[in-house]
Design a protein around this ligand. Structure first.
Ligand SMILES: Nc1ncnc2c1ncn2[C@@H]1O[C@H](COP(=O)(O)OP(=O)(O)O)[C@@H](O)[C@H]1O
Ligand SMILES: [Mg+2]
Length: 321
């Protein structure tokens, strides 16, 4: 059964006309019922939500103490949205597979892999992976913004971390510690070593002790800055790379969709785009589609997409890196 607090908050959110909060609460009740083995009830509850799916995907986090530190949202991202190599795909599938069959694993004293570290260049799909995990498990996605955690609450970061992990243990969700290196990397810096070390160590301890039903994802663009000791706290470490040729082609044809009338040689475009990240290529495609729409065209030719790709590349040239 839902706890007294949950029922009170449900009633409150009804009278506040706060749909998002209401939906989050129902999802949390469903998740905790599922945990107790009441799968049918949990499924029915989620089914009702699906039936009355509102347009808004954003949910206001209702833990006031964590406000500003954690964003909560629902995701309907699919695995097919993610263009990655076979190895990454199969690792993500394994996380999902073990999550869905965790009860079976638990019977043998085993736990599903649920503490995952994602590393790799910016714009290669780490954040998107957390969305996919949320979309596929139908759990809410809660993103903890690490730089806020560290800079904004320097003195009380450990307290905040405790609150976050307490929240994690009571609210099954996908928890994304994004830009996680802001904590990890500082460990070796000379300034304020004591404080940073304390924060990082308590973070590691919390990760280690966590036995919740949540999936914890830490993402970093700078794995080389991380203390190697961190790696073994995770059930899996997945490395993301810039897209190879096949991925570039797949990404472009996915993103252009019905605007691709076969007027362009994807091979040639891919050659031009090869040094860019998934995110840059996505942007170039979106820019091309936008330009076509504004010009009243329903197709994209080679000249247009090439221009947009070169434009993305120039962003970096001008940035001097
Ligand atoms: N591997 C990928 N496959 C498909 N789209 C991607 C991929 N990586 C990035 N994108 C696109 O770029 C956007 C930003 O990527 P993101 O996941 O935030 O990158 P990261 O977290 O690795 O910096 C995504 O929302 C998506 O549109
Ligand atoms: Mg990211």
């Amino acid at each position: 059964m839902a706890t007294a607090d949950q029922i009170k908050m449900l009633v409150q959110s009804h009278f506040d006309s706060n749909d998002d909060r209401f939906r989050t609460l129902v999802l949390q009740i469903a998740a905790s019922e599922a945990k107790k083995g009441h799968q049918t009830f949990a499924r029915d509850l989620r089914g009702i939500l699906d039936k009355y799916n509102t347009k808004s995907n954003k949910i206001i986090p209702f833990n006031k103490e964590l406000d500003g530190l954690m964003r909560t949202e629902l995701s309907d991202a699919k695995l097919t949205d993610l263009v990655v190599n076979k190895e990454i795909k199969s690792r993500i599938e394994k996380v999902l597979l073990e999550y869905w069959q965790k009860d079976k694993l638990n019977k043998y004293g085993l736990t599903n892999r649920r503490k995952i570290l994602l590393t790799g260049k910016p714009g290669t799909g780490k954040t998107l992976t957390a969305s996919v995990l949320a979309g596929r498990t139908k759990l809410p996605l809660c993103t903890i913004v690490m730089d806020k955690l560290v800079t904004k609450y320097m003195g009380e970061t450990s307290v905040k971390l405790r609150q976050i992990f307490d929240f994690i243990s009571h609210n099954p969700a996908i928890y994304l510690f994004d830009e996680f290196d802001t904590i990890g990397s500082e460990r070796s810096l000379d300034n304020d070593v004591g404080e940073i070390r304390r924060i990082l160590n308590s973070f590691l301890q919390f990760i280690e002790q966590d036995e919740s039903d949540s999936i914890i994802v830490a993402a970093t663009n700078n794995p080389q800055l991380l203390d190697k000791a961190l790696f073994r706290r995770f059930d899996d470490v997945i490395h993301y790379n810039l897209p190879d040729r096949d991925q570039v082609i797949k990404l472009i044809s996915n993103k252009l969709g019905s605007f691709n009338h076969g007027l362009l040689s994807l091979e040639k475009v891919a050659d031009e785009a090869l040094t860019l990240s998934h995110s840059d290529i996505t942007m170039a495609c979106n820019n091309a589609v936008k330009e076509a729409i504004l010009k009243g065209l329903d197709y994209i030719d080679e000249d247009l997409i090439m221009r947009m790709i070169i434009e993305r590349k120039e962003v970096y040239l001008r940035g001097g890196s």
